[in-house]
Write a protein that binds this ligand. Structure first.
Ligand SMILES: [Zn+2]
Length: 273
C-alpha cells in the first residue's frame, strides 16, 4: 500500500507513521467522535457514526494522503436519549477525558494539526474542551468541528437552503438531512415507510433550532419530553437526491477546510514576566 493513499491512521505500520510525521507538509489527523442513539423509527442507532465515517472516508480518499483518520470513538454524551431503547450513554467527564487523551496521544507523536470531528450534537462542548486540553498540554494545534448538518449546517448551507423540501425545522435530529444522507450512503438501513415529520423542539423569539436562525440561549432537554418518535425534523421529506447533494457539498467544503486548517502556523509562546 502506497503511504500517500493510506487514509486510516491505524492501518499504517510504525515506520510508515514515522514517515507521515516527518512529511512536509504533514497530514492533518482527524479523530471522529460519534454516538449510538435512537434516530426515529426509520433509521438505525448507528446513524451518527455511519454519516461521520462515510464523510471522513470520502474526504480522506480525495485528499490523497493529506488527511489521516482514527477509528471512530463510537459513544458520546447521551443520557438525555436513554428513554429510547438501545442508546449508549457515557458520562461527560469520562468522554472528555477519553477524547482529550486520544488527541494528546496523537500530538505527543509530533502531529501538529489535529481535528476532533464531531458527529453528534451533544458531543460539541466535549470536543471543544478536549481540543483545548490538547492545545494547553502539548502546544500543538487542535481544533473541533462537525460535519453533520443536523448539528451545524455550515458546510452544506447552500444545498440545504436551495433544495430542502421540508421547510423550517426540517433538518434537525433524524430529520431531512440525516435521513437523506443515509438514503445516499446506506439505503438498505432506511425504512422510509416509517419516516415521519415531527418538528419537536419549541420555537421562541430567542430560542430555536431551525438553521440558520440563531439561538440566544442553549438548552438541552430530555429527548422524550419533546419528541414521541425520536425525530426532530421532517424525515418524510428526505430523498436520496438531496442526500447526494448534501454529501457532496459537505465533503467538498470539509476538504477545503482541512487544507486551510493545516496552514495555521505553529508559533512560539512568549513569556512576558
Ligand atoms: Zn444524528
Amino acid at each position: 500500500m502506497n503511504d500517500q493513499h493510506q487514509w486510516r491512521y491505524d492501518r499504517l505500520s510504525w515506520p510508515q507513521m514515522k514517515a507521515a510525521i516527518a512529511r512536509k507538509p504533514q497530514p492533518v489527523v482527524a479523530i471522529p467522535f460519534g454516538a449510538v442513539e435512537d434516530h426515529g423509527p426509520h433509521l438505525p442507532l448507528s446513524t451518527d457514526n455511519d454519516i461521520l465515517e462515510a464523510i471522513l472516508k470520502e474526504t480522506a480518499q480525495r485528499s490523497q494522503g493529506e488527511l489521516l483518520i482514527l477509528p471512530t470513538i463510537p459513544f458520546g454524551l447521551d443520557e438525555h436519549h436513554m428513554d429510547f431503547p438501545g442508546t449508549i450513554s457515557i458520562q461527560m467527564e469520562t468522554s472528555l477525558a477519553y477524547v482529550a487523551q486520544t488527541a494528546i496521544s496523537v500530538a505527543r507523536h509530533g502531529f501538529t494539526h489535529i481535528l476532533i470531528v464531531n458527529g453528534h450534537g451533544s458531543n460539541h462542548p466535549i470536543t471543544d474542551l478536549a481540543a483545548r486540553k490538547c492545545v494547553l498540554e502539548t502546544g500543538m494545534i487542535c481544533a473541533n468541528t462537525t460535519i453533520n448538518a443536523a448539528i451545524d449546517p455550515t458546510l452544506a448551507a447552500e444545498v440545504i437552503e436551495k433544495y430542502r423540501q421540508g421547510g423550517p425545522g426540517s433538518i434537525s435530529h433524524a430529520g431531512e438531512f440525516e435521513t437523506a444522507i443515509m438514503l445516499h450512503i446506506l439505503p438498505e438501513y432506511v425504512q422510509m415507510d416509517k419516516a415521519q415529520r415531527e418538528l419537536g423542539q419549541i420555537k421562541l423569539k430567542y430560542f430555536n433550532w431551525d438553521h440558520p436562525e440563531p439561538s440566544v440561549f442553549g438548552w438541552q432537554d430530555f429527548w422524550s419530553r419533546m419528541s414521541v418518535t425520536g425525530i426532530c425534523g421532517d424525515a418524510a421529506a428526505a430523498t436520496a437526491e438531496f442526500g447526494k447533494l448534501a454529501f457532496e457539498a459537505t465533503v467538498t467544503h470539509f476538504l477545503e477546510m482541512v487544507l486551510e486548517f493545516r496552514t495555521i502556523p505553529l508559533r512560539e509562546r512568549v513569556d512576558h514576566h
